[in-house]
Structure formats: structure tokens, C-alpha cells
Design a protein around this ligand. Sequence first.
Ligand code: PEP
Ligand code: MN
Length: 335
Amino acid sequence: MKSHATEAEIQAVVRMVEDLDYNAHIIRGVERTVVACVGDERGEKHQLTHLESVAGVERVMPVVRSFKLASREVRPEGSRIKVGNAEIGGPRITVIAGPCAVESEAQIEAAADAVKAAGAHALRGGAFKPRTSPYSFQGMEEEGLVLLERAGRRVGLPVVTEIMDPHDIDLVAEHSDMLQVGARNAQNFSLLRRLGRIKKPVLLKRGMSMKLEEFMMAAEYILSEGNPNVVLCERGIRTFETATRNTLDLNAVPLLKAWTHLPVIVDPSHGTGIYSLVAPMALAAIAAGADGLLIEVHPTPESALSDGPQQLKPSRFADLMKALKPLAEAVGRTL
Ligand code: PEP
Ligand code: MN
């Protein structure tokens, strides 16, 4: 739409688009509004181009990429996603930190104090854990959600936690500010679709053998159902290398930033699996242009019920936050 298009003109265009059997998604940018038209392109209809003569319309252009709504073309300035009192995708680097899993009230409260004191912007902690083995700790479930919410509220941080089952969406959304889709569920399309029907932001992790194109299409599933609040997370992929838990693919950061307006954050904890590699790879991620980080921090990693070897103890996390500050400034961001 033209930059001065009125709301009535935008709504009129939406109705015309829907009359042509396309779905219309209104994407409101700082400069201008885009009406994204998604539909079946087969057949003889190229009628959308006729809309160019309608009041308020500046230009009708095809989005070449298969991920229509996530494509940077529709929002060149990038999306900023609000997560409670934090924001991902703006000039500030957003750090989400906390334990792999909520294990007890004392543990999550200690983690909340530690990450808040070090300057994190959001608290994480899994209540539903997707474990490779059915015999491993599966999480505290609803009780864990309540403990996480309480800890976050006490220290003034929004909370991020994983959603595994579509049936739990209302419950998890009630207790959290952002829902994380884990690597093992990144192509669980029924889960993604259901998350598209809520308004809470979604942190979508890359599946461990997912190509970036497939990652984008997974995000598109959420966007196409009407939830625009999606943040992508590179967390490492499976390669022939076994010295690290995964291979953190930092190529993904500048590539995704070019392809999509969605913010991109990096999880060097799962990306490496080794605590001593977390800080260097966190710094590398910010240097590569990431909008934020997901870092596992545990008050006592040696006694963690999951992912102990990769979790930072509070003093190491505080050191990382100190090291990040000048780096963020060097790449034109703040922390
Ligand atoms: C996690 O964040 O604790 C987690 C399970 O991550 P991923 O899905 O990336 O393995
Ligand atoms: Mn973990």
C-alpha cells in the first residue's frame, strides 16, 4: 500500500483480495503496510495485478520465495517481537537464560536470581522435556510451569518454556510469555498450525536435520494461521562430527537474516553441548548478526537432571554477559 493509504483503503483491498479467493494477511511496517495475498497460483488467474489501479495501492508484486509471509521482501525493516517486557529483533541483543529444566522451586528461584543479576532479559526453563529416552527425567510439567512463572514474575523477567503437545497449548500459554518449539518438534505440523492460532510469541528451533528452506517453511506454518510473532533459533545440526553434541551452523544467521524479517537467535548450549564452548560461540553468534541468545544456566550444573555438561554456572554466565557488552556495541547493538 502507499505510505499514506488509509485504513478504509487497506480494508477495501483485503475484501477484493478475498473475493479473488486469496487469503489476505495485513503486515504493518514502520513505513508502509503490505497486504500479503496467499493462495493457489495455478490456473489462469493473474487478476491480482489489476489491483494496482485500486485506491491506496502502490504496487502488486510477486513474492518469489516459497515462504511468502516470512520473506524479508514483505517487511524489509525486520520484525520486532515483544516477549513480556522484552523485545527481540530491535537494536538490543536479547538474552534468554535459565536451566534446561525446572527441577525444584529452590533451583528455579536461584537460577532466576542469577540470570537477572547478570543482566538477562528473559528466563527459560523446560517443564515438558522432550527426552531421547523415555526413562530420562521428563520434566515437572504443570507444577514446573507454575514454579517458572512465579520465579520470572518475582525477578521481573518474562518466561520462555517448551510446548510439546498441542493439547497443552492453553495451559503453557497461560503460564508463559513465549512458547518454545524444540528441535524434535520443528516439523510437527499440527503443533505448528495450532500455535498459529494463538497470539503468544513462538520460539521455533531448527530441527537437527532441517535444511534452512524447511526451517522457513515451518515458520510459515505458524504465520499462515495468523500468528505473526515467531522468532527463529539456530541450535546446531547433526553432522559427521561427534566431538561436539551438534555442529552450530552460524552460516544460518546471516543467511536467514537476508531471507526473512523474523528475528534470529542462537543457542550455543545445545549447539555445542560443552560448557566451555558456549561463551566463544555466543560471541561468534552476535558477531554474525544474531538478534539474541538462548543460554542454559544452572545454579549447580553438576547436579542437573538434564544437559549438565553444557549448562553454565552463574559466575560463568555473568562473565559471558560482561564480554558480550563491548561486542554488541562493536556490531552497532546494545545489550
Ligand atoms: C532445550 O532448549 O532444552 C531443548 C530441548 O532444546 P532442543 O529442542 O534444541 O534440543
Ligand atoms: Mn537442554
